[in-house]
Design a protein around this ligand. Structure first.
Ligand code: UDP
Ligand code: MG
Length: 325
């Protein structure tokens, strides 16, 4: 075990202009804590001088670690790499654009020292987001709380502190499509939430545009629920029942009033019925695909905080010459 107490993971994609300012505020917040600390910068294939900017930083009381990706792999991958390489007993993930104020780190550390294993930082408002983005994220959270197997806390981003036990548990989830918000929620542990005021981006613009966010949401939904696959089974059932009902109405109509347009009603009823049958078929396939999908993620079946297993009391200590540890 290393003696680093706190690691700060910073995913960076084209953040050169603000790097120095970010580092100033970070060190000013962390240095007074008197911890052995390191910052793990993950350069996510930046096309500007981010790497040079990081290498110019003065480590001061901390240490600067750098992981340089060969290309842009995305924020989720950058966070994963940072967590894999962080050695601290606690790890904090923070954005490099100063939207996450480093000044609340001491409060996060205080909670951690009191035994909290996950400290979430919840943004007070979404003022810094466009109305469309705020609306869509609201929609996403509502949808996810209905559909997902885990509850994703609202307005909580990647800014958080994780205890070593949580980081280790997380490193056992190696699925390729990493929807970190979901994985964090899945893992559990004793959690506290503190609020912070999200600031305007210090420089540059957000790297997440409409399509990227939409894809992000689809990633989240497909990673944490197979409801979309199962849906077709129910739609198919409903459609088939409707078709059967309609068939009866046509038959009745033909018997009572005669058939005015020969062929037409029966064809519609038949087409609807067959459409329904096909959807049921797709739904059944979906069910199996969903199950296979869940299996290939190889998620652990459970996560243990700490197992305290004692020797049975009738095994007398020292009787067979062995010390019990
Ligand atoms: N980021 C990254 N890889 C990417 C996109 C973003 O490492 O492909 C980093 C970025 O440098 C920043 C953080 O992730 O530190 C958040 O990105 P951004 O501010 O663009 O997102 P937003 O705050 O709008 O959600
Ligand atoms: Mg940002």
């Amino acid at each position: 075990m290393s003696d680093v107490e706190l690691s700060i993971v910073v995913p960076c994609y084209n953040e050169a202009p603000g790097m120095e300012a970010f580092w100033q505020r970070l060190t000013r917040a962390v240095a007074p804590l008197g911890l052995a600390w390191e910052a793990v910068f993950v350069n996510d294939g930046s096309s500007d001088a981010t790497l040079e900017a990081i290498s110019r930083l003065d480590p001061g009381t901390g240490a600067v670690q750098v992981i340089d990706f060969s290309r842009n792999f995305g924020k989720e991958a950058a966070i994963t790499a940072g967590l894999d390489h962080a050695r601290g007993a606690a790890v904090i993930i923070i954005d490099a654009d100063l939207q996450h104020p480093p000044e609340i780190i001491p409060e996060m550390v205080r909670l951690w020292r009191q035994g909290t294993e996950v400290v979430l930082c919840k943004r007070q408002s979404r003022d810094s987001d466009s109305p469309l983005r705020a609306f869509l994220s609201g929609l996403f959270y509502r949808l996810s709380s209905r559909l997902f197997e885990v509850k994703i806390p609202r307005d909580v981003g990647d800014f958080r502190l994780l205890d070593r036990a949580v980081v280790d548990a997380l490193s056992r989830l190696r699925e390729n499509q990493r929807f970190m918000k979901g994985l964090f929620a899945w893992i559990g542990f004793r959690t506290e939430t503190i609020e912070f005021k999200v600031e305007q981006r210090a420089h540059g613009s957000s790297k997440f545009h409409f399509w990227k966010l939409l894809n992000f949401a689809v990633d989240g939904i497909t990673s944490f629920t197979t409801v979309p696959l199962r849906l077709w089974f129910y739609v198919g059932m409903a459609l088939s029942l409707l078709a059967i009902g309609y068939g009866f109405i046509i038959m009745l109509g033909a018997l009572l009033f005669g058939n005015r347009v020969p062929g037409y009603p029966s064809i519609v009823a038949l087409v609807t019925f067959l459409g329904g049958l096909q959807l049921i078929g797709i739904g059944i396939l979906g069910e199996y695909v969903g199950r296979t999908y869940k299996e290939v993620k190889f998620r652990p079946l459970y996560v243990i905080r700490k197992a305290s297993l004692k020797e049975p009391s009738h095994a007398r200590p020292g009787a067979d010459g062995q010390e019990l540890s």
